[in-house]
Design a protein around this ligand. Structure first.
Ligand code: GUN
Length: 285
């Protein structure tokens, strides 16, 4: 029987665990965990994501400060805001919502975020630390995928994990995390040959390619854990990378879209913000 992975429920319990911790910190130390979110321009999807992040912060007893900037803002103005947030001791985490308007240099902006406040885990130093198994702040969506596997007791060690997609945000970091958990990892992408042959060997299949319904039933091994990271807007619906209806009963475990990985990204962002607070207060051993 297939297990439907309920990312919404797992995310809610992570947020509840973080709320208990945030309440205790406030009571014992008088500190409030604070996330600063920077949103540039008027990308409708970005506005939706930022609203969800803000709501999750408030529900967990965190403070969320949103900086909404016009799309014409200059690089200098944006970098000076980041500098201000870096230097503000009350701000524990900084998230610059991507994508940025084309005239702004994304990697220069991400480089400028204080490494210890980089709750997205996108700063090159944190990327490097991740590859050495030393990172404390790891990218939220990949961390959410691994957390789902763990909470559903899906064996990672010794399994063959196939990742479809090689992005810096999902494909590459999730591959690194699964290698560190002793999986055998294969990364496929749009130029891979014999894709179906490779994906159908996966015990864990992570689809992060951004093509709706791309993973079809014939590409999935019987009993595999299928983790769908895709979120493409098709009409009024959000559609995953996996042809869920047809893959469902062949999989051992499967995440729905929506309600799978998406809510986990936000929960792991909150987790990282708490982690950033502990790094800054030197509370980690
Ligand atoms: N845009 C889409 N996904 C993400 C993410 O994980 N972090 C940020 N900052 N922007 C995004």
């Amino acid at each position: 029987m297939t297990v439907k992975i309920d990312g919404k429920a797992v995310a809610a319990s992570i947020r509840a665990e973080l709320k208990v911790e945030a309440d205790r910190i406030k009571k014992e130390k008088g500190d409030e965990i604070c996330l600063a979110v920077v949103l540039v321009g008027d990308n409708p999807a970005s506005h939706v994501y930022v609203r969800l992040k803000e709501k999750a912060c408030h529900e967990a007893g965190f403070i969320s400060v949103q900086h909404t900037l016009p799309k014409e803002i200059s690089m200098e103005e944006l970098l000076s805001l980041i500098e201000r947030l870096n230097n503000d001791p009350k701000v524990n985490g900084i998230l610059v919502q991507l994508p940025l308007p084309a005239h702004l240099d994304e990697s220069k902006v991400l480089d400028r975020i204080d490494v210890d406040k980089d709750v997205d885990g996108f700063h090159p130093l944190n990327v490097g630390l991740l590859s050495q198994k030393l990172a404390k702040l790891m990218p939220c969506t990949p961390a959410g995928c691994v957390e789902l596997l763990d909470r559903y007791h899906i064996p990672i060690e010794g399994s063959h994990a196939v990742i479809v997609g090689r992005s810096n945000i999902v494909g590459k970091p999730v591959a690194v995390m699964l290698i560190h958990r002793n999986a055998t990892v294969t990364i496929c992408h749009s130029r891979s040959k014999n894709l179906a042959q490779i994906t159908s060997q996966a015990d864990i299949l992570v689809a992060a390619i951004g093509k709706p319904n791309f993973i079809t039933r014939d590409m999935v091994k019987e009993g595999a854990a299928v983790i769908d990271v895709g979120t493409t807007k098709v009409g009024n619906n959000i559609v995953g990378d996996v042809d869920y209806a047809n893959v469902y009963d062949k999989a051992g475990w499967i995440t729905p879209v929506p309600g799978g990985v998406g809510p986990m990204t936000i929960a792991m962002l909150m987790y990282n913000t708490m982690m950033a607070y502990k790094i800054q207060r030197k509370l980690l051993v």
